[in-house]
Design a protein around this ligand. Structure first.
Ligand SMILES: CC(C)(COP(=O)(O)OP(=O)(O)OC[C@H]1O[C@@H](n2cnc3c(N)ncnc32)[C@H](O)[C@@H]1OP(=O)(O)O)[C@@H](O)C(=O)NCCC(=O)NCCS
Length: 175
């Protein structure tokens, strides 16, 4: 079975991540996206900003060592939120679910929040499978739909699991 892993984002990942994050079908699904997903300068500025935030964790998602997407946690008004994006050619293989499980092992703060367009069924499934529960909805402006739409707000309350003993001499962690 393919191995999903997380690692820090490298500058050489940015061309592929930009292409993934401007794929029209993906953008429509995510809905709450950059104002103009085709604006490379804005993308570069955003990535530089989030990669430098001390309270954010931004990771490349790899499958058997090859870049497949990205995942991040960040803090908004004191709340930790997660978000992710997988290359459309790789959807439906459980990659987002596995990446989210890995991120939640590394980001141990609880609760963790997430938001998804209420019609983003795939993302809602990924989140609920990871243990997130729906706590409400909001109406917000979605750049990719150019209108206000409903988003679903989810929360993961499960206490952080204790870390497994590290017997690898420090080599185990891949991110
Ligand atoms: C949402 C997204 C990350 C899912 O990635 P993925 O790797 O395909 O997700 P997974 O394979 O781990 O899980 C997808 C889930 O949707 C289900 N699914 C697959 N095809 C589906 C379909 N056509 N309709 C509804 N659900 C579907 C799968 O069965 C799975 O649920 P399960 O774990 O209960 O079986 C990916 O589609 C994406 O990057 N979309 C664009 C960006 C985005 O929307 N990001 C999230 C913002 S909140």
């Amino acid at each position: 079975m393919a191995e999903v892993a997380l690692r820090p984002i490298d500058d050489s990942d940015l061309d592929a991540l930009f292409e993934q994050m401007r794929d029209p079908e993906s953008v429509r699904m995510a809905a709450f996206t950059a104002e103009n997903p085709d604006d490379r300068a804005a993308f570069d500025a955003h990535m530089a900003k989030v990669r430098a935030l001390p309270e954010a964790t931004t990771r490349a998602v790899t499958v058997d060592g090859r870049l497949a997407g990205s995942i991040a946690s960040f803090v908004v008004d004191g709340d930790t939120e997660v978000t992710y994006w997988i290359d459309r050619s790789l959807w439906g293989q459980g990659i987002a679910g596995r990446a989210l499980a890995l991120l939640l092992e590394s980001v141990r703060v609880r609760p963790v929040f997430a938001r998804a367009a209420s019609d983003n069924v795939r993302s809602l499934k990924v989140l609920q499978r990871a243990g997130f529960a729906i706590i409400g909805t909001a109406i917000s402006f979605a750049n990719a739909r150019n209108t206000e739409i409903e988003e679903t707000i989810l929360r993961l309350d499960e206490p952080a699991k204790s870390a497994p003993p590290d017997t690898s001499g420090g080599d185990r962690q891949t991110y």
